[in-house]
Design a binder for this molecule. Sequence first.
Ligand code: CA
Length: 243
Amino acid sequence: MTKYYQATNVGKIRKQNEDSIAIIEPETFIVADGMGGQAAGEVASRILIETVERELKTASLPYNEEILKNAILKANENILSEVEKNSEYEGMGTTATILHVAEPKEIQPQITTQTAFFAHIGDSRLYKLERDGLKQITQDHSYVEDLVRRGEISEEQARVHPMKNVLIQAVGAEKNISVDVGQFRVNNGDVYLLCTDGLTNMVSDEEISKILHETKNPADDLVEAALNHGGKDNVSVIVVGIL
Ligand code: CA
């Protein structure tokens, strides 16, 4: 079982909130950060959420890597076909980070330990809160993260790089996208955070983990921290505690 907290906020600068978040029963958590001119980003992240909800409704439990990935691929098709019908949506896309916490084996005999599955594309993030800080589970599909991985720039240089916001993978960006997937064992007391870059660009890892360790209202307090640091972007968070 999980206990979760969620919050999304337009921020202090942007006029529209292009992020979409959703909780789908059972135990499935999604953040999506839409991009594109006019209202297109909002449309893209909404199509992502709606498609994933529809796909999961007919899928069998647990929602494993394959099921989550296929739901994102279906959303990719849907976004592309929406762009085809409506030229003002040209260039829209969205990130997608989905976490599913599978119930233990009395409910799903094929699961022997409590397991979580995730699927991910873009630069929204999934973290685990550890005693000494945050551990990022997903990898950013961004141009600068790629440079870091190839050893061409440092983490510090990446943080202030002018092309920081350029994604190399996004749902709706092209016909063939590659979705990262994975699974890991979860334990009672674990805390996981899904968030868009409106949080991580505004608030340091140290401050995020301090808030998660100390507060009773983690989602609202994380959003508040992003706003206090300038709120330059839409900010969305889902905090999931394993019970
Ligand atoms: Ca964003």
